[in-house]
Design a protein around this ligand. Structure first.
Ligand code: ADP
Ligand code: MG
Length: 669
């Protein structure tokens, strides 16, 4: 049960049924209708094993009204024993029309005596795993429900009117009476459901408010650029002028950095909007002020590729009189790593760039003033927390800047990140031509390859992306390798490279260097190039099995082309038949290149839980409530949260503890 996250009694009490079985009544066999699940009771007339069309157990069950055939394609000796002629059984299943009259295939059954009492409430069916049988879980939940401390914590006058007490609501949801309105249960509009959702939303609002107040009490170093310092010199050496949007967000960030309260800001901007230079400017301010800056990216190749530019801009300036750059990534091990770690601890390295390796146990910062996390949604919540915890040893908190190309819709931002400041780059650098997106059946692959030859002949470069999905990693890798061979054969004289996650880091860097340098014209890659790679000369991207990618992933990938002035094309190859959601995704890609519109559609297709990356962290932020549907409850929770904190702080704390337990932390990350 630990695996399902069911540790405390309250967790079990909150483990709600997926659906209910009705064992409160028995339907006469003659009245059981096709396709409607029913429970019938009868006596076995005959049970035999048939061999055709395949081995199966066939049982004829009769009650006073008629006969029903039960068919078991998989069965054990225990089945035969329990279903021997003369046995009285209660059977639940869906009758369907069979060749020899009505039958049930693989019904559930149990032996009963005549007059065995019926259930008095609907039977809950819980989400569970294969190792944990339903019957066991039912017992565990029932006794936990009886034990769990579910006394009312909230003053009745603050609750929305008409909702039952918590214990009553849960009792009802686990064991609804036989006459319960199932539609209200299913669409979660029943007052018992409303009570539960309200509790959850309130806990979330309370913990946000508490985190916000806690953060307001923390002190951070006020960071300011020096006249003639790094920041100024960086601006002067940039090969381009900032866009209006970049200037605005840089100013917002600089304002925050100058305060003695830690910044907690999310910088969002579409792929290619130019977030890196904004990050570099922020880093320059921190270093100027005599503090360290840490930059984290989710993968090694990203850290290397993505920050290469930033380091290229900053390093010459940093090295002059600011100690220099330390790289911390997974592949830097042993002595090299120890040296880096020492330079970070002594404060000699002022710019620290890397992956998760930055937050490992042995890394201590002398004077961290600013932490920047790129593609923050790809870091698990737990990792973001680790970073914050790591820094809590210092006298002063560092400022935190998170960056994402996946914009957060406003409603979500309001609810989850009440105290997160948002900066948005809503403008692309000048001279970009929008990418044209085409969706093709895989059968048109030869045409696509001919197109590649054209592009290469004009001196352009091409990405070919193959999916890499964990469950089938081996197969996918084989697929990428085959595609690589196919393209190499079809494009004689053209250098075609292969890049995948299993390659040693050095080899990856070598391939990327060839591609960046322009010698390699075509790069076949698994999703490792998803974010951050910058090769302006690449004008064509082919995504194989596009139907297997998520929408925001596709958008991120597509952002790798269209970075130069030439018109670029993105070809989405799919292998049919397409599921409706896959169809929606591909259509959205063809319809728009606007990251905000894509995010909106993504939310529509997937729902907010997944959107927030909750899946990766294994913790859905909201289990019961739905932001869109439960807006009135959310409003109420927002209104009473400050009242509750002010007037009933004890109840507020107890409520958050009951609901969030360890998850209270997650709200702060
Ligand atoms: P992202 O927001 O996706 O991280 P990058 O920071 O990688 O985008 O920027 C994409 C490309 O645009 C890079 O090649 C970068 O050097 C370039 N760039 C950024 N800002 C400007 C600008 N103001 N004018 C011209 N090019 C820019
Ligand atoms: Mg980027």
């Amino acid at each position: 049960m630990d695996k399902l996250g069911l540790k405390r009694d309250i967790d079990l009490a909150l483990h709600l049924p997926l659906r209910y079985d009705d064992e409160t009544r028995i339907t006469p066999i003659a009245q059981a209708r096709e396709g409607e699940p029913v429970q019938v009771e009868g006596v076995v007339q005959e049970a035999r094993i048939e061999l055709r069309p395949r081995r199966q157990l066939v049982v004829r069950l009769a009650d006073a009204s008629g006969v029903l055939v039960l068919r078991f394609l998989n069965f054990y000796p225990s089945h035969q024993k329990a279903l021997a002629a003369g046995a009285r059984v209660r059977v639940r299943g869906e009758p369907r029309g069979g060749f020899f009259g009505r039958e049930m295939v693989h019904p559930q059954f149990k032996a009963v005596d005549e007059g065995t009492p019926l259930a008095t409430a609907l039977t809950p069916v819980y989400p569970t795993s294969a190792q944990l049988p339903q019957a066991y879980l039912r017992k565990a939940v029932a006794s936990a429900l009886a034990r769990a401390p579910l006394q009312e914590l909230l003053p009745a006058e603050l609750l929305p009117p008409g909702l039952p007490p918590l214990r009553e609501a849960l009792q009802w949801l686990h064991h609804p009476p036989p006459d319960a309105a199932l539609p209200a249960l299913e669409d979660r509009s029943h007052p018992a459901w409303q009570r539960l959702k309200f509790e959850e939303l309130l806990a979330q609002q309370l913990s946000q408010l508490a985190a916000q107040r806690e953060r307001a009490r923390l002190a951070a170093p006020a960071l300011q650029a020096r006249r003639g310092g790094l920041h100024e010199r960086l601006l002067a050496t940039l090969p381009f002028g900032l866009t209006e949007a970049q200037r605005r967000v840089s100013e917002e960030i600089a304002q925050d950095l100058g305060r003695t309260q830690p910044m907690h800001r999310l910088l969002q901007g579409d792929v290619g909007a130019g977030k890196t230079v904004v990050a570099a400017l922020a880093a320059a301010v921190a270093i100027d002020a005599g503090w360290q800056c840490a930059l984290m990216a989710p993968t090694e190749i990203l850290a290397e590729q993505h920050f290469a530019k930033l380091v290229q801009w900053l390093e010459p300036l940093v090295q002059q009189d600011h100690g220099g750059v330390a790289w911390l990534t997974g592949s830097r091990k042993g002595r090299a790593r120890r040296q880096m770690v020492e330079r970070v601890a002594s404060g000699e390295a002022t710019l620290v760039v890397g992956t998760h390796a930055v937050i490992e146990q042995d890394v201590h910062f002398a004077k961290l003033g600013l932490a920047i996390i790129d593609e923050q949604h790809r870091f698990g919540v737990a990792q973001r927390l680790a970073l914050l915890h790591k820094l809590s040893g210092q006298q002063l908190e560092p400022h935190l800047l998170m960056m994402t190309a996946t914009p957060i819709p406003r409603t979500l931002a309001m609810t989850y990140f009440a105290d997160l400041a948002l900066s948005t780059i809503d403008q692309l650098p000048p001279g970009r031509t929008p990418v044209l997106t085409k969706v093709f059946d895989d059968a048109r692959r030869p045409q696509v390859i001919a197109r590649i030859a054209d592009e290469v002949a004009q001196g352009r470069q091409v990405y070919w992306v193959c999916p890499l999905i964990e469950e089938s990693e081996k197969l996918d890798l084989q697929n990428a390798t085959e595609t690589h061979q196919q393209l190499s054969a079809a494009l004689p004289g053209v250098m075609v490279g292969l890049l995948h996650g299993r390659m040693p880091a050095a080899e990856k860097s070598a391939v990327m260097a060839l591609f960046k340098g322009g010698e390699m014209a075509v790069l076949v890659a698994t999703t490792v190039i998803e974010v951050g790679v910058d090769v302006p000369n690449a004008s064509l991207m082919v995504i194989e099995h596009a139907e297997r990618f998520g929408l925001s992933q596709l958008h991120q990938l597509r952002g790798r082309v269209g970075r130069g002035a030439t018109a670029s094309v993105c070809v989405l190859l799919y292998a049919g038949p397409l599921s409706p959601t896959a169809k929606d995704r591909l259509r959205a890609m063809a319809d728009t290149t606007d990251g905000f519109e894509i995010a909106r559609r993504d939310l529509e297709i997937r729902g907010p839980g997944e959107f927030m990356g909750a899946r990766q962290s294994g913790e859905a932020l909201l289990r019961f409530a739905d932001l869109a549907e439960d807006a009135p409850l959310l409003q109420h929770a927002r209104r009473i949260a400050p009242l509750l904190l002010a007037q009933h702080p004890g109840a507020a704390r107890a409520h958050v503890a009951r609901w969030l337990d360890t998850r209270a932390d997650f709200m702060k990350a």
